[in-house]
Design a protein. Structure first.
Length: 581
């Protein structure tokens, strides 16, 4: 399921019930307008001034400077009937210092107008915590007492931005209660914001207070089980909650068990997305037990990419076997091996084979006990971080893997007995460390950084080879963002801290292997560069990435290119990041 699909249905439902026949929307969406000065925004201003009523203004896909924003804001002051600020992706190419003044101008205009906002969409604007500070006044004002839909997806909020947002919404709720018009937020979308545990815990306080939510989507936020536990506890206090999307947050077994404790009481829930959460077998078993007892309205269940084995998968199938309202069950990307046929047969036996998703990414079970990952989930993230050691100066210690010796420097890696590489893996890693990328998922997650460092330590330091390694790694790991980012840091961090000649050699190699720069060598180019584009966005945000390289990448990414056109979303996201540097 694409992020936001189910939420979009909820929003559509809200629109159908709340919008009158005379609802007026002015749209300049997707025009690609570059509005710097006030006169550049004249077309938009005239459209607003020429309408008797303006209920919604859609500006996504344009880039708006501070002076143009002031001009648009001035026109909006005359429309107290205004309800929907649809302003995603309106700051591409703007330096970060430009964005807060623009947001404040627009927010102040709505406050002055006395509008009663129903929807605020500022997604895909990389404004970070400063942007949240800029809209804090608006969020705390009476304009937002009526807010039903808040979309802040892919804004780079971070923990700090999450806390500021939480404070603003809690203040809005308290003030709205005093005014006799309590805030009843129904849809909250905040994916790809690196909220992490602290940001998630802060937002859980908002959800706990509101009790009005119908859809919450917070994928890809780096939230582990402490944050998930806080969130799901708050979700249980929202009786109308229909959609929960926590995709690509590695909260593991403990997070799944926290969810299971409240899931059976969530009787309005229709969509549950727990893809790429690493809940493993025990997590699946806990979820299945809860599904047998409750969550009676659930229609769509996504458990993609969780290292679930056959008994966990069958338990889930059994739990949903008598649900007449089931529309889809996604168990792909797990470790079912040949036993996947048992899942298909079981669903067919219950007359629900057509509800089962495809198994395009089914994996073979890793060697070892089925619950080999359980132990890793017993420690809090904070405890795990304390155990990460920098042992670069330690003596070389041998790790015996089925009789084959590697030479890692980390005692932590040496002592871990659950690393399950076979003889062929080990030989191939010695011959070419790039094979480590293909074997990395056999390594427990908290050991992977050291494993990759050891594997790439002896690899060629030539800039061309480093760029090639980055492309191969990011292409192979495109569906596992945590490991993708980790591998990118391991491969590039040292070389991008070296002299300018080395930096350019690495970057040129990356561009060559993406097909964006010609080479005298014969290079095999993949048509799918989504992984490299996503990895580059991460790399560009790191302190080892030289600012001088931003414009270099922008120049090549701006050129017409068929492959880039296929990946327009990832290219756009990378552009936003590079322009902020």
């Amino acid at each position: 399921m694409a992020t936001g699909d189910s939420t979009a249905n909820v929003v559509k439902k809200l629109e159908e019930t709340s919008l009158g026949k005379n609802f007026v929307e002015i749209s300049f969406a997707g025009r690609g307008l570059k509005l710097d000065k006030a006169e550049d925004a004249e077309e938009i201003v005239q459209a607003i001034n020429g309408a008797d009523k303006v209920h919604a203004l859609r500006l996504d896909g344009n880039t708006i400077g501070a002076d143009a924003a002031k001009s648009i804001a001035q026109a909006l002051k005359k429309h107290p009937e205004f309800q929907k600020a649809l302003w995603s992706d309106i700051f591409t190419g703007r330096v970060r210092s430009e964005i807060p003044p623009s947001l404040m101008s627009l927010g102040d205009a709505l406050i002055e107008s006395g509008a009663k906002l129903q929807e605020l969409d500022l997604s895909d604007n990389a404004f970070g915590p400063d942007g949240v500070k800029a809209i804090k006044k608006l969020l705390m004002s009476p304009v937002c007492y009526s807010l039903e839909v808040l979309k802040l997806n892919n804004n780079g909020l971070g923990i700090g931005g999450g806390k500021i947002l939480s404070d603003a919404l809690l203040s809005c709720y308290k003030e709205s209660l005093s005014a006799g018009t309590p805030l009843k937020l129904k849809v909250f979308i905040s994916g790809r914001n690196r909220l992490e545990n602290d940001g998630a815990i802060a937002m859980s306080k908002v959800f706990e207070a509101l009790k009005s939510l119908e859809a919450v989507e917070m994928p890809q936020n780096g939230i582990h089980h402490p944050g998930i536990t806080a969130l799901v506890t708050a979700f249980a206090l929202n009786p109308s909650l229909q959609v929960v999307n926590l995709n690509d947050n590695t909260f593991g077994i403990k997070g799944a068990m926290s969810l299971a404790q409240v899931l059976e009481s969530m009787n309005s829930l229709k969509t549950l997305n727990l893809g790429d959460a690493l809940i493993r077998n025990n997590g699946a078993l806990a979820i299945s037990t809860a599904l047998k007892r409750g969550a009676a309205s659930l229609e769509e269940i996504i458990l993609y990419g969780n290292e679930i084995r056959i008994d966990g998968a069958l338990a889930v199938v059994e739990a949903v076997s008598h649900r007449n309202n089931l529309k889809s069950l996604n168990l792909d990307g797990n470790q079912l091996g040949d036993a996947v046929d048992d899942v298909i047969e079981k669903m067919e036996f219950y007359g629900k084979k057509d509800k089962l998703g495809s198994f395009d990414d089914n994996e073979e079970p890793d060697s070892g006990d089925e619950d080999e990952g359980d132990e890793d989930e017993e420690e809090d993230e904070e405890e795990e971080e304390e155990k990460e050691e920098d042992d670069e100066g330690a003596d070389s210690l041998a790790l015996e893997i089925k009789g084959i010796g590697l030479s890692p420097t980390s005692k932590q890696l040496r002592d871990d007995s659950k690393v399950m590489l076979d003889e062929e893996d080990t030989i191939r890693i010695k011959e070419s460390p790039l094979h480590a990328i293909r074997a990395v998922h056999k390594i427990p997650k908290k050991q992977r950084e050291q494993f990759l460092k050891e594997s790439f330590n002896s690899y060629s330091k030539d800039g061309f080879d480093i760029g090639k390694a980055f492309i191969e790694a990011s292409t192979h790991l495109k569906d596992d963002t945590d490991t993708l980012f980790l591998a990118s840091d391991v491969i590039l961090s040292d070389s991008l801290r070296e002299d300018e000649a080395k930096q350019k050699a690495v970057v040129n190699s990356i561009l060559v292997h993406m097909g964006l720069l010609k080479s005298e060598k014969t290079i095999e180019i993949s048509n799918d560069i989504s992984g490299p584009l996503t990895a580059l966005q991460h790399v560009a945000r790191q302190d080892y990435f030289p600012r001088t390289l931003a414009n270099y990448f922008i120049a090549f990414l701006s050129r017409p290119d068929a492959i880039l056109d296929v990946h327009s979303k990832q290219r756009h996201d990378l552009f936003q990041t590079l322009y902020q540097i």
